[in-house]
Design a protein around this ligand. Sequence first.
Ligand SMILES: [Zn+2]
Length: 256
Amino acid sequence: MARMPGAAWRPVINRTPSGRTEQRGLVLHVQDGRNSPYGWFNDEDSEASSDFWVSTSGRIEQYVDTGSDRAWAQGAGNRAYASVETEGYPDEPLTDAQIEGVAQIYAWGARLWGWPLQVIDSTTGRGLTFHGAGGAAWGGHPDCPGEIRKAQRGAIIARAAELLGKPTPAQPSPPASSYPSWPGRYISLRSPFMRGDDVRQWQQRMRDRGWRIDVDGVFGPQSAGVAHAFQAEKGLDPDSILGPATWAAAWTAPLT
Ligand SMILES: [Zn+2]
């Protein structure tokens, strides 16, 4: 029995008992919808399920006995990988609460089965991969979970490492078509002010977007003000903190 502490246990009929044969890691999905998929997963006509779902507020639901039963999320990838659906749509970044929830799942799997703290774009390796990586054999969902959420896997692994008390692993650089990964730290207005190349990179991006901001690598009151106004404009939590969602939005949100 492998039920995750902290997850709501909601067993569904769509599963293959004792169908998991390996524990290679976790596959990230996007729900492309809102609210719990429990009813859909518990309807035999849907022929779908996943191990987990994480809501935008961070609620975790677990639908099958992970590690024993096979969920039906990713075709040929179901035998070897657990799966997590994430509420929302591909053009929306994971919320900070979702990153926390997926990181908790990952840390749990790392403890139980030794899932390595690494991002992979593979169907054979061990780590945190994504649905689209499996192509037709995994059901043919190339846009699951989409470039935005794919690029947030580094933040998930960094947080999982933190939960496990391990150093943050080095992340591979994102593909040129993507945007820079969130640096893995929450940048906020503190005394002394937080500074660094990540701050400078974000400032440059905001300036490119048309904001009046100094590109000095120091997150002072001016930067905090820009962050706050940007968050308010984009419907993000206006906390003036550069977390994963605010960071991602700097590159992905439409110019207005
Ligand atoms: Zn998927």
